[in-house]
Design a protein around this ligand. Structure first.
Ligand SMILES: Nc1ncnc2c1ncn2[C@@H]1O[C@H](COP(=O)(O)OP(=O)(O)O)[C@@H](O)[C@H]1O
Ligand SMILES: [Mg+2]
Length: 310
């Protein structure tokens, strides 16, 4: 549904994004994750036809975002980073205005606005002045505006930024309700948010994509650790474990009183090493009291990917 290929954008001497490629399948929620200044908004603005890329291409529903921007806009709802709502207007009046700008036929506007008010939980505040509503409600109004015309694709630039925790939960629930129905790109600099809401994550840093995968596979593809609790002499155990192929490092803590040691073994490939670890301990005659895998969190992976190139 969305196909981005080798996008590069220069602002004068600044390269905001470089060689950005990813795709989003129909009905998928893709998380676009990266620290501030990584290039998320720039990529999104190109996708929405706001300005052209310096090189590369992007298609939405098969249409080129720049050459066929009218067709793209017809299929795309966009929540910008700073929601441009007219504060002095009542909610319904603003959405009617937004609908007319989007080219919805006058006779359909009332019905269309009532639909998005309902979808975004705004019906009860329809007559309120926007300025008097909380930031969470204003964010909903922005999403409601993006939902007008029932677009196939929704692009949401940091939809939960500046909200309090309760509002964040509500907005997330609203967006997750679109899964399967709409194709969504959601940008965020908040890792747990993206891993919770999105089927796949594209991580961008310094203007280029450093990884695209499911949260599970991103977390699973790096080094893991195995934790062991063994009764026996610390120095001997450490040196024996150290000879096992695939062991990268060992961290240990020993309790003199009980004679029990706790060992954290770091390894590039966790699955293959558990056999040799347990066998080695047991054949040496040391009781193996506990063994478990410690998987890196997505947080670890993100930090590793994002700090690697500084
Ligand atoms: N209009 C612009 N002119 C010059 N530099 C820009 C412009 N827009 C963005 N940039 C730069 O491009 C980089 C990426 O910015 P942006 O896409 O806004 O990142 P993000 O949304 O991930 O925080 C930043 O270094 C930013 O300063
Ligand atoms: Mg941004």
């Amino acid at each position: 549904m969305i196909e981005v290929k080798n996008l590069t954008k220069q602002f004068g001497p600044i390269t905001a994004i470089r060689d950005v490629s990813f795709h989003v399948k129909k009905g998928e929620i893709l998380g676009f994750l990266g620290p501030n200044g990584a290039g998320k908004t720039t990529t999104i603005r190109i996708l929405t036809g706001l300005f052209p890329a310096t090189s590369g291409s992007a298609h939405v529903a098969g249409f080129d975002v720049f050459d066929e921007s009218i067709e793209v806009r017809r299929r795309l709802g966009y929540l910008p980073e700073n929601v441009p709502v007219y504060n002095e207007m009542p909610v319904t009046a603003y959405l009617k205005f937004a609908a007319s700008i989007k080219g919805i036929a006058a006779r359909n506007i009332t019905k269309e606005v009532a639909k998005v008010l309902d979808q975004c939980g705004l019906t009860q505040v329809g007559n309120r002045i926007i300025a008097n509503l909380s930031k969470g409600f204003r964010q909903r109004i922005g999403i409601a505006q993006a939902m007008l015309f029932d677009p196939q694709v929704l692009i949401l630039d940091e939809p939960t930024i500046g909200l309090d925790p309760k509002q964040v939960t509500e907005i997330r629930k609203l967006i997750m309700g679109f899964a399967g129905e709409k194709t969504v790109i959601l940008s965020s600099h908040i890792l747990p948010e993206v891993s919770m809401m999105c089927g796949r994550v594209a991580i961008i840093n310094n203007g280029h994509i450093v990884a695209v995968d499911t949260p599970e596979r991103l977390a699973g593809r790096r080094a893991s650790k195995v934790f062991l609790e063994i009764k026996g002499p610390e120095a001997e155990i450490t040196s024996r474990l150290g000879t096992i192929p695939g062991v990268r490092s060992i961290y240990s803590e020993f309790d003199q009183e009980t004679g029990i040691g706790r060992y954290t073994v770091e390894t590039p490939e966790e699955t293959k090493i558990r056999d040799s670890l347990s066998r080695s301990v047991v054949t040496a005659g040391w009781p193996l009291l506990e063994m478990r895998t410690i998987r890196p969190t997505l947080e670890d992976i993100f930090l590793r990917l994002v700090t690697r190139e500084r």
